[in-house]
Design a protein around this ligand. Structure first.
Ligand code: GSH
Length: 209
């Protein structure tokens, strides 16, 4: 298996899952954005985004999809929920929620306040920041009285949504998180897999562009 990754980008979900599961993989660490800063990357991934993941004939570009693939292919669902098992519907919902509902507005905030700032766009970015924070309602409610999102155990749903919370922290908007959400994020950051993923990406840092 090979994962193309940039520091703290969404590919961290896949790296975190690989580390939690203790799987062997090759890591290609790249400067961000790899579309411009990693020569030849567009030939690898026509989208130019990270993550990119290859396992034999399987090529994936979706970070949560890679976690799902790993659970079903290599992990015997230790970090997943099987169809038919209690919590399966909620588990799938959190997996899709992580990107379609949570990182989507974050991306627009990042783009319009950091990557392409100007006065008009900054207003749009600010609007998406508020929208993202409002969309944390469901997660906040769940972690008020649950350690993990589903089935009372750590699963890739926690990796997928936890990464969105972590990205919010990196973007400097986590001070608006409610206390249960902040505590949940701290629990996730204390996970052995998260700590190893941080170490691995640090040690594999690409040369400065
Ligand atoms: N839905 C994809 C999105 C991947 C994505 O947009 N990644 C961002 C980094 S977090 C990226 O590569 N941006 C650089 C670009 O678009 O050139 C996923 O969750 O993996």
């Amino acid at each position: 298996m090979k994962l193309w990754h940039c520091h703290d980008a969404r590919s961290l979900r896949a790296l975190w899952a690989l580390e939690e599961m203790g799987l062997d993989y090759e890591l290609e660490m790249m400067a961000f954005p790899p579309r411009f800063l990693h020569e030849g990357y567009m030939d690898v991934n026509v989208l130019g985004t990270v993550p990119y993941f290859v396992d034999g004939e399987h090529h994936l570009t979706e970070s949560t999809g890679i976690c799902h693939y790993l659970v079903e292919t290599y992990d015997q669902y230790a970090f997943g929920i099987r169809p038919g098992e209690s919590g399966y519907g909620a588990y799938l919902n959190w997996l899709y929620h992580s990107d379609a509902t949570l990182t989507f507005p974050q991306t627009l905030y990042l783009r319009y306040t950091r990557l392409e700032p100007d006065a008009t766009k900054a207003l749009v970015g600010e609007d998406y920041r508020k929208w993202y924070l409002a969309r944390l309602r469901m997660l906040n409610q769940r972690v008020e009285d649950h350690e993990f999102l589903v089935a009372d155990r750590f699963t890739i749903a926690d990796i997928a949504c936890g990464y969105a919370l972590y990205l919010g922290e990196s973007l400097g908007i986590s001070e608006a998180y409610k206390a249960p959400t902040l505590a949940y994020l701290e629990r996730l950051k204390a996970r052995p897999g998260f700590i190893s993923a941080q170490r691995v990406q640090k040690e594999a840092a690409p040369p400065a562009a």
